[in-house]
Design a protein around this ligand. Sequence first.
Ligand SMILES: [Zn+2]
Length: 407
Amino acid sequence: MKGFVKWMVFGTVLVWAACNSTPEQTDNSEPEEEVEVSDQYGFVTDSFLVVKDKVRKNQNLSSILLPYGVPYATIDALARASKEVFDVRKLAAGKPYTIYCTKDSTGLATCFVYEPNAVDYVVFNMQDSVHIYKGKKDIEKKTRYVKGVVNSSLYVDLKKLDADPLLAIELSEIYAWTIDFYRIQKGDEFEVLYTENYVDGKSIGVDRILASTFTNYGKAIKAYYFESENEKGYFDAEGGNLKKAFLKAPVKYSRISSGYSMKRFHPVQKRYKAHLGTDYAAPKGTPIMAVGDGVITEARYKANNGNYVKMKHNSVYSTQYLHMSKIASGIKPGVRVSQGDVIGYVGSTGLATGPHVCFRFWKNGKQVDHRREELPPSEPISESSLAQFNSTKQRLDSLILSYRKPL
Ligand SMILES: [Zn+2]
């Protein structure tokens, strides 16, 4: 039994289980005396050997299944039959799989289950005829709470508190219109109530922030998630929309390498001149987003600008994005885009020393520093949803209180 020796060598998990043909069959509304326990793929634990391992480098379906006695003809049939469901050439190194084998002397594999990600799985059933289908594991949502003070970076501080550091990105999106996350400082405070997704008892990441308070420069801003017929998103304690008309920056992860200035030493031209924009340095290829809804007015190449896009948001505001490595496909004059849509990618075309996006902002036809503008808020909670919003807010507030002072 070559396969068995292999399991011992790699120390993989061995359990007894039955290879059930479909997950539905395990759903027994009136359980017998002997309770059948199904695993995460819906297979009933009984009389089969189960091997758990990970796809190794350069392994494919044949090299995985051949040691378990599966004939070439069957593997070929699997590969062909799976075309509609899952391309077996996409088996990736490091991804987990499970093989269900007979416990007799042949140790023949009768089922192969592959997990392309933490939630989805593909079952290759070879019991009688070849049958391939996809499934999803159960996702459990748990409510979680974290409170802390910014000491180093929000990302690191969250990690230290055993919270998913990606909450930092969620928070930066919720507060994109109200807090400049390039300017959060030591001593800023955060308190977050959120749901997290779990599969097989392991976290697979944040589901959604339900409520949060971020205190920046001593000013606390609350955010409540609310969804109704009329609205969906994050609102402050008074029901005002946290979403303003524009994003604070056109790129998510970047730093300001040069601000708006009437007199700046130009790094390429080596002379002082006005810089009527804000430069955000980011790696080449970083997506550039439209900071608001609007219509594209220009999308082309010009000597100094390089590849650039200009758009008009409304009668008051226009924005422009320079030095793109590439303009996103479909972006051309007349095309309507939404806030957050990718319109191009960071580059250094035109007059630029390194990859960055030069972001320019017009108000009533005049170039202004967007970081100094008071931008208009979008719609607050509607009159008809206010009572519902207030009860949601109360529920979330008392939930937060219960976490603050555990009984
Ligand atoms: Zn610039």
